[in-house]
Design a protein around this ligand. Sequence first.
Ligand SMILES: CC(=O)N[C@H]1[C@@H](OP(=O)(O)OP(=O)(O)OC[C@H]2O[C@@H](n3ccc(=O)[nH]c3=O)[C@H](O)[C@@H]2O)O[C@H](CO)[C@@H](O)[C@@H]1O
Ligand SMILES: C=C(OP(=O)(O)O)C(=O)O
Length: 428
Amino acid sequence: MQKLLIEGGHTLEGTVSISGAKNSAVALIPAAILADSAVVIDNLPVISDVDLLAELLREIGGDVDLGNQTMTIHPEKMVAMPLPNGRVKKLRASYYLMGAMLGKFKKAVIGLPGGCNLGPRPIDQHIKGFEALGAQVTNEQGAIYLRANELRGAKIYLDVVSVGATINIMLAAVRAKGRTIIENAAKEPEIIDVATLLTSMGAKIKGAGTNVIRIDGVDHLQGCRHSIIPDRIEAGTYMIMAAAMGRRVHIDNVIPTHLESVTAKLREMGTTVEEYDDQLIISGMDPKKGVDIKTLVYPGFPTDLQQPFTSLLTSAEGTSIVTDTIYDARFKHVDELRRMGASVKVEGRSSIVNGKSSLQGAKVKASDLRAGAALVIAGLMAEGITEVSGLEHIDRGYEHLETKLTRLGAKVWREELTEEELEQVKQS
Ligand SMILES: CC(=O)N[C@H]1[C@@H](OP(=O)(O)OP(=O)(O)OC[C@H]2O[C@@H](n3ccc(=O)[nH]c3=O)[C@H](O)[C@@H]2O)O[C@H](CO)[C@@H](O)[C@@H]1O
Ligand SMILES: C=C(OP(=O)(O)O)C(=O)O
């Protein structure tokens, strides 16, 4: 087991290229189950969630060839193998196997998903959608059993705007008989990406990216080739790093419109953000002005970036309030930031940051993926050395983090945990 060490205080300068979007990839890979022939996915991020999903597809009989940033999935020999335990419990996105297997085989048994612990992560809206399409859904001993004689199109109104439920219902509805209408659908770019793949496979989908999606079911879906959109959350993380420590950082392979809420907040703080077709250039400026953040569904400020942004706010003047309206318990980074000398506390679903603090390197632990990113940013800003453990979370979502940061001029490297640290991990 390893930890990440960061020597803080180094200026970032140069170019970083953004990988394919994790939150698309984890839905696109299960979507390939629906095809009758090979699906090739390009621009895949090199992250552990992708490895896990490749293994899950192999478990159900898929022939999966995972190269560098490309995956070829042969679904011909896949079967409706029950997956009640094991790898499905390790990532949230395993829930997309429900929609894809229900669409293809009209049945599935999938263990309740894992993923980052952000407080409760219910899937009632997914189940409501599957039931509306004609599936019988039961929860037995921690696994969801789905079965349908036939799937029929239906009108489904989501009570909560959910990315996961919108995609999962799309995955099942593309193979239902007749028309499905998802109302109050989520509008995230990753939903458009999944709809693009399904359309290339032969599905009939209209309205992805708006709050009403219409799907006309088809009898079969063929293989295709698809390239994943850039990861707006990885891009946002580097934007924040550049605002914190950057002289002039070029962020390549981005879709700037996907990041408008982040760009707006950085500008409000005094950071210079230049926008081009597929590139952003960020120059951090001092002094920084504190700002309030409220996470919202797309195109609002993304919940996945509130933790990283909080680290940046510790270097800003005045008081900033960060409110998460999507996951109100997503604040496990706060105690760790305090260990580094930040003045930040949690009140209800908000964290309150009093700036400006001078952070000091410390031994800290990433409790989840974006908490990990927040601690890396704090480490870049801090005086001395920061040691971040819990790297398995960071590796779920950031491709070659230390290589990308080293190229920008950061001093960051991995080391094995000491015997004593390993013992502490076992006990925690
Ligand atoms: C809207 C939103 O910002 N979604 C983010 C959320 O997606 P993720 O797919 O995890 O979450 P959803 O979009 O599904 O959920 C949004 C909200 O709806 C609630 N909910 C969801 C499903 C359900 O059946 N019942 C229910 O109550 C959730 O608890 C949450 O409060 O986290 C992902 C990873 O961190 C991000 O990439 C997504 O952009
Ligand atoms: C929390 C995240 O991932 P997941 O939903 O896959 O746990 C994330 O991408 O920030």
